[in-house]
Design a protein around this ligand. Structure first.
Ligand code: S5P
Length: 489
């Protein structure tokens, strides 16, 4: 039987074939032009695709442990999807009228329900989330509880954030980023289309009242998102003390560059810390690849970090049960917790991996980055995995400093940092080794990176100091452009 992931890919490709997903230039309801158009109304003409979407939505709801007493479809495109889901699951359905009837009973909600019933909204596409919020208001006014919405496509333009601010969790079957990835891999769209849609996503975050968070004309009540708020202001919103410190270092050094110091000798590691140190905010190590490791190396690293004002991150990618990671973090020859300000962690074992790490440190002047999406080709991070990982991050704001990911919509909270690897000036991937590169500008503007990780682009350069300087300048310019696109209009 096909996996959930393969069925999802199949549906995305079919939606493109029937032109429910289109690329070009389209005028949106909110008045801006968009390079992508998502309209699932036509899906009723293709019963098989409709059925597949409803099945996937139901499977997805089960994966997310979403339970409810009622389903509510938002007219029009989501109605048949909700109806099929209701028919399959035998969960009854209610329907919100677009307008209250002018005669007879002035019911807003059709269908039978009891006050206090838990209702999940089903929607086809979410942009700012305003239609869903209107539905939430009406359902609440009739006494129904609404805490979740199931969406087929999240356009990643602020909907998830706007809904969560109103206490409604958005669960999306797929995002625009996922659609781009699937259609690109299937050879149905080219890199230019991918780039233009990514730029558009980063540049058009929308508040539910219709105002743009980036980079459209700024209005008085704009509520800047993570992507547009300057690092200085974000330092105040960081709960983890290392994240706050890192943001301050970034501002004072005007650097959003992290060097991935993937070298195998102690002398090369220290030489890199000395040469690239002045230009980076973060120095990332894989300490287990150093062949002549000794405690002295740590002393030298700490001295370089102090001299050049950067933080240290050990990219250990912990991925075991809590008890084991607490030992791996604090014991052994590397004693990581004694020197690394930050570590990387895979959320795959569940929340225990974080509680385990936290149990190994007595003060919380340490933090971690959760690796929720990877840069490598064919990685297994599904939308479901990403969303569940983000839920874990919310439970430990004191320890989670940020998220390692590839797409701009993943991190909403301005107090968290997005760290993104896969950056190179020449953008040449490394073949069968799987790394996929983007340019510094793209990584910050389209993919939403706050900090970009550069390894071989710097360490294999003839002059690593000069290369670090060049990456820093390009990355910082891209960050300034991202922020000022809202500030200066
Ligand atoms: O998804 C990821 C996550 C990480 S932390 N992809 C990555 O490449 N990394 C790390 O970033 C990887 O372990 C390496 O240290 C660095 C990228 O190095 P580069 O030489 O490809 O720039």
């Amino acid at each position: 039987m096909a996996s959930f992931e393969n069925k999802l890919k199949d549906v995305i490709i079919k939606l493109h074939e029937i032109e429910a997903l289109k690329f070009g230039m389209f005028k949106m309801k909110v008045g801006i032009e968009s390079p992508v158009y998502v309209d699932l109304r036509s899906v009723i003409s293709y019963p098989e695709i409709l059925e597949n979407i409803a099945d996937l939505m139901w499977e997805f709801a089960a994966l997310r442990n979403i339970e409810c007493d009622q389903l509510c479809g938002v007219p029009y495109a989501a109605l048949p999807i909700a109806a099929l889901m209701s028919s399959r699951s035998k969960i009854p359905m209610v329907m919100r009228r677009k307008e209250a009837k002018k005669y007879g009973t002035k019911k807003l909600i059709e269908g039978k329900f009891n006050p206090g019933d838990n209702c999940v909204i089903v929607e086809d596409v979410v942009t700012s989330g305003s239609s869903v919020l209107e539905t939430v208001v009406d359902l609440h006014s009739e006494g129904l509880n609404v805490t979740s919405v199931l969406v087929v496509v999240d356009r990643e333009q602020g909907g998830s954030h706007n809904l969560s601010e109103k206490g409604v969790a958005m669960n999306s079957l797929c995002t625009l980023s996922k659609i781009l990835q699937v259609l690109k891999e299937a050879g149905q769209i080219n890199q230019d289309v991918v780039d233009s849609v990514r730029k558009y996503i980063a540049a058009s975050q929308i508040h539910p009242d219709g105002t743009f968070l980036t980079p459209q004309p700024r209005t008085e009540n704009v509520n800047p998102s993570r992507l547009t708020l300057p690092f200085t202001a974000r330092a105040d919103q960081a709960v983890n003390p290392v994240a706050a410190k890192l943001l301050k270092v970034m501002v004072s050094k005007q650097s959003n560059l992290c060097v991935a110091a993937d070298v195998t000798s102690a002398s090369r590691l220290i030489s890199l810390a000395e040469s690239a140190g002045p230009y980076v905010c973060l120095f990332k190590t894989h300490i287990d690849i150093v062949e002549d490791f000794s405690p002295q190396l740590i002393q030298d690293l700490l001295a370089a970090a102090q001299k050049h004002n950067f933080l240290l991150m050990e990219d250990r990618k912990f991925a075991d049960i809590g008890h084991t990671v607490s030992l791996q973090y604090s014991q052994g020859i590397h004693k990581i917790s004694s020197w690394a300000d930050l570590v990387t962690v895979h959320p795959i074992p569940g929340e225990g991996v974080i509680t385990g790490l936290k149990s190994a440190v007595t003060n919380l002047h340490r933090g971690c980055f959760l690796v929720v999406e990877m840069s490598s080709a064919g990685n297994l991070a599904s939308p479901n995995y990403v969303a569940s990982s983000m839920e874990i991050s919310k439970k430990h704001p004191d320890f989670v400093a940020g998220i390692v990911c590839q797409t701009s919509g993943t991190v909403q909270n301005p107090g968290l940092l997005q760290l993104t690897p896969g950056v190179s000036l020449d953008c040449q991937n490394d073949g069968h080794l799987g790394q996929q590169y983007n340019s510094p500008e793209d990584i910050v503007m389209s993919r939403g990176a706050d900090i970009a990780v550069v390894g071989r682009g710097i360490i294999q350069a003839t002059d690593p100091a000069q290369a670090a300087q060049e990456y820093r300048a390009k990355l910082w310019a891209a960050y300034e452009k991202r922020v000022s696109s809202v500030k200066n209009v």
